[in-house]
Design a protein around this ligand. Sequence first.
Ligand code: URA
Length: 435
Amino acid sequence: MSAHPNAFDPNAFDAVDLIRTKRDGGELAPEAVDWLIAAYTDGRVAEEQMSAMAMAVLLRGLSRAELSRWTAAMIASGERLDFSGLSRPTVDKHSTGGVGDKITLPLAPLVAACGVAVPQLSGRGLGHTGGTLDKLEAIPGWRATLSLAEMTAQLEDVGAVICAAGSDLAPADKKLYALRDVTGTVESIPLIASSIMSKKIAEGTSALVLDVKVGTGAFMKTEADARELAETMVRLGQDAGVPTVALLTQMSTPLGRTAGNALEVAESVEVLAGGGPADVVELTLALAREMLAGVGRGDVDPAEALVDGRAMDVWRAMIRAQGGDPEAALTVAKETEVVRADRAGTVERVDAMAVGFAAWRLGAGRARREDQVQAGAGVTLHVRPGDEVAAGDPLFTLHTDTPARFDRARDALAGGYAVGAGPVVPQPLVIDRIG
Ligand code: URA
């Protein structure tokens, strides 16, 4: 779908009329949506007008037709990559973000090892969930920024690329996301869905798998909200001709046993070596199977490529191709402290949000975009819900270069875990599949 010619006619529509239409629960015409997004991107619609529109959308929603057009207009605001010339199909994964969510790191090389190209354009973290680029930047020499030519060559030669998204992809989203951040309009499901999907579709993937997290450590706290977001994004993918499926996965407990950049890289390498925590392996394989099925390779078993070392070979090649040394020792934090159980019992709860905040306060995440992260900072989890502990057993190890941060990290964890009489009912990691 291309932008209507009227999108660039300054007098085609009036922003105030469009705001009133949405405010009063009306439907925006397709050409009006094109005009609004194009005119906002180039500054003809003012920030305060788009703020009002974003709030009207948050309160009134968008119809399927409006949302599909809105997303297409966001894609049309910048360039759309095209990898159709590659010798293998492309498939991508997007996670809505969670604590300890390092899945992209083993997943991209694993799927590439099964013969499919994975162009994974990622971001840096803000708040309590880490960004994939921050994790990979813990590897000495690794470079996040690639030109399109480098990216294409790496996809052909190695099969997997994880790199920074260029500013030319969906620039309308870049502006609108910053505006939503300061106007209380981040939480609108149509705005979240169009923001994520415009970037993913502009990235030129031929199929897409979404990991929509549910729980205390996720953007979506309830299953109902996560389901609505997942269904909305799957529909948008289908409307844009990109086969899309979503898994709803639990994010009330952190994934794996680490939260923090270098710690998560080390855990991902364990998974690529055929070991690693069971939940990280389970989710990596579940998403890999969906990605392969999305491009007609559902008969390939990704588990074999983990066990026989092919995924590890692609990981090494992928890191080397971007200047990193996959054999180099990872940064270790200067100081550690151990949090111990004050009683014997069953670990009833390890709260993802609490662990995410603790890792953040230790220096693994940023409070502002311009902050630096500490590569070695974070939290190691020694226990999971259901484990039995004795008084004095280690529960968590805190890692940081700045010991003054320990107290605030301990405060973040306090109340975020419980040791009691049990029992603990195991929760499924994959809650549902939508698509
Ligand atoms: N991630 C995005 O890219 N956009 C949103 O709106 C929310 C999360």
